[in-house]
Structure formats: C-alpha cells, structure tokens
Design a protein around this ligand. Structure first.
Ligand code: FE2
Ligand code: FE2
Length: 382
C-alpha cells in the first residue's frame, strides 16, 4: 500500500476509460486540453488535517425512546446497495435544444459558440462532472464529520444514530465515485470554497458547530442540489441513485434539526449568536461553492465574465432559491436566526424563506416508505 501524504488537495483532473468510451472519436480530448491531463498513478493520495476533537464515552447506555432512536431504526432498515439496487446500464436521453437552452448558462456565450460541436459537448460534460465531483467530495467530508460525531455526540442514541449516518455517507461516496468512474469518466478536484468549509467543520473542536455546519448547512444544501439535478438529468441511472441518496439525506437533516433544537435552547444568547454567525458564514461560502470556477480555468475562459453569466443563468437562479429554502427555515427552527444573523441573511436576500416548511416536524410516513429500487437486470435474473 503506497500512500503519499500531501498538505493540500490536488488540482488535477482525473480521467478514466469511460470518458473515452462515451465519445465517438478521439477529438474528445482536444489537443490543447490533452496536455493538462495528469499521469495517473497507483498511489493513494492522502491529505492530513489535525483536529482537537473532544470525545465522550457514554456509560449509562440510556436508550431514550425518542425520535433519534426511530431515525436510527429507519437507518438500519433502509439500506441499499449500489452494486445491485441501481440499473447502471440505462440509456442516457438526448436533451432537446430547448432543454439545453434552459439548463446551459453558456448556450449563447461567444467563447462557447466558438468551440467545435464536439468541444461544446465536452464542455457540457465538464460542467456536469464538476457538479457531481463536488457531490463526491462533499460526501467524503460528510463521512469524516459523521465519524467525528460518533465520538463527540454526548448521548447514547445520537452515537448510534451517527454510526448509521457514517455508513450512509460511505455508500454515498461509493455511489458517486462509481458514477464518475464508470459512466462519466472524469473527476474534478475539490472546489476551494467547499474545501475551506470542510476544513473549518472538521478542525473545530465544538461538536455542535460540526452538527450545524454539516447537518444543517452542507446537508440542507446537498439535499436541494440533489433534488434539482434529479429533476433535470437526462440520465435515468443518475436519477435513480440520487433518489436513494435523497432518502438518506432527508433523515440526516431531520436528525440535525431535532437534535440541535433541544441543545441550542441550553446556550446563552452570546453562544447562540456565535453559532448563528458561523451558520451565516457557512451559507456565504456555500453560495460561492456553486460557481464552477475550476471549469472556467480549465477551459481558459475569462473567469469574471463566465462567472457573471453563470450567476444570471436560469438554473443557478432556481437552484439558489431552492438551496436556501431548506436551510433558512431550519436555522429558524433550531433558534439560530438571532437579530444579528437576520440582518446578514437579509443582506444575502434569503431571509424571506424563514417561514417556509422546516425539517423539524417529521413526516414519518415519507421517511419510512419502502425504497424505490429498480435493480440491475443481472441482479434480478441471478
Ligand atoms: Fe451523504
Ligand atoms: Fe448526509
């Protein structure tokens, strides 16, 4: 096992055979892009982070008959397996011109129009794989944070629940990685804004801050993002896998809201405001992490112009709205819309979502319904 340790995340793109296979001719890697592709190595690349984690044992093994216990039981029941429960051979539908115009923020941008038809297709693929790559990196972050929550959550039920979440996150990392390796063939490095948020959450010593950052902001955001992509993707396999991941994430966000609601009541006003401002900072970074600057850089586009165009596009505008309609009501529910935070959220133009539905009231029927599993043809015939 050759592990190479590094002090920062790599900036190179990772290609697999599937990228070649899904393109009809070798032009897929334009000559000028080809040069930037890194040599693939068999090494494991690991980046070190240090964390002053304060852990707890729990010695009374007190099983509270509460919502957290029920969520843990659902976690045990609703497992799925990426190898068998998803049909990976489904055909990707061709998008119509109208659909492309709707989802593609660059469809009438000069730099995009100047590309050959093949290169345009590749650019679109890069935008898509960038998005899914950030899902993958976010899921790894969730896996690492969930593992910390097992140690530092102070109650017995929460430790058990966090362990079921850690296994969910492992399956999410697995399934997005499989999609990128076997279907897309391309993986982008982690976006700087997402990485800085993960660094902050993983290296902070306060367990409740990890909960707020991960369960409320990152997962609330991820849930909306998964739903948005599921609604527009022409790939039925991606749609199916997102459906399964969304089921798990709904449980995670519900857990976060229910657990934090009780805990935050015990804090002083000053402590609450400190948490609220952390949540605000996390939202600000989260908005930034949606812009695919790495793709612009890779294709040699003018960063500022491409960014502006992207922010104005239909999908991003809808997406941003969706994103915060999940996070802001949950922050209100757990008691973190302090006066100072309200002003900040108003500046961000997202305070108006505060009274929308939150995840504190559990829809048990929805969380408990059986999984919608299609399965691979091989698995069902064998
Ligand atoms: Fe996840
Ligand atoms: Fe999660």
């Amino acid at each position: 096992m050759a592990v190479r340790f590094t002090d920062q995340a790599p900036r190179t793109l990772h290609y697999t055979q599937a990228y070649n296979d899904s393109n009809s001719d070798w032009e897929k890697l334009d000559p000028e892009l080809d040069m930037k592709i890194s040599e693939q190595t068999v090494e494991e690349l690991a980046e070190i982070f240090r964390t002053p984690l304060t852990g707890t044992y729990n010695w009374d093994y007190q099983v509270q008959d509460d919502r957290i216990k029920k969520l843990y039981n659902l976690g045990k029941q609703l497992n799925w397996n990426a190898d068998f429960d998803i049909d990976w051979k489904q055909e990707v539908r061709q998008l119509s011109e109208d659909e492309i115009a709707f989802v593609h923020p660059f469809h009438d941008y000069d730099e995009y129009l100047a590309l050959s038809a093949q290169a345009q297709e590749n650019f679109t693929k890069h935008m898509h794989t960038w998005t899914i790559s950030q899902f993958l990196h976010g899921e790894q972050g969730a896996l690492l944070v969930a593992s910390q929550l097992i140690s530092c959550a102070p109650t017995f039920n929460a430790k058990l629940y966090a362990s079921s979440q850690a296994f969910d996150e492992a399956r999410h990392v697995e399934v997005f990685n499989k999609y990128l390796d076997e279907r897309a063939g391309l993986r982008y490095p982690v976006n700087n804004a997402l990485k800085s948020l993960l660094d902050k959450i993983l290296t902070d010593e306060r367990w409740d801050l990890k909960f707020i950052g991960m369960q409320i902001v990152i997962e609330g955001l991820a849930l909306s993002a998964f739903q948005a992509i599921k609604a527009i993707t022409p790939d039925p396999s991606l749609s199916d896998l997102l459906g399964l991941v969304i089921r798990d994430e709904s449980r995670h966000v519900t857990f976060g809201v229910n657990y934090l609601e009780e805990f935050i009541k015990t804090l002083t006003e000053e402590e609450k405001n400190e948490r609220a401002m952390f949540a605000y900072e996390a939202c600000l970074i989260s908005r930034e992490r949606l812009v695919p600057t790495d793709v612009f850089e890779y294709w040699g586009w003018n960063q500022d112009m491409a960014r502006e165009l992207f922010l104005k596009g239909n999908v991003f505008a809808d997406f941003r709205k969706l994103l915060f309609t999940r996070v802001v009501p949950n922050l209100k529910r757990i008691g973190l819309l302090t006066p100072e935070a309200r002003l900040k959220f108003e500046e961000m133009d997202i305070l108006q979502y505060e009274n929308m539905a939150n995840d504190g009231d559990i829809d048990w029927a929805d969380l408990s319904r059986p999984l919608d599993i299609k399965g691979s043809p091989e698995a069902s015939s064998g």
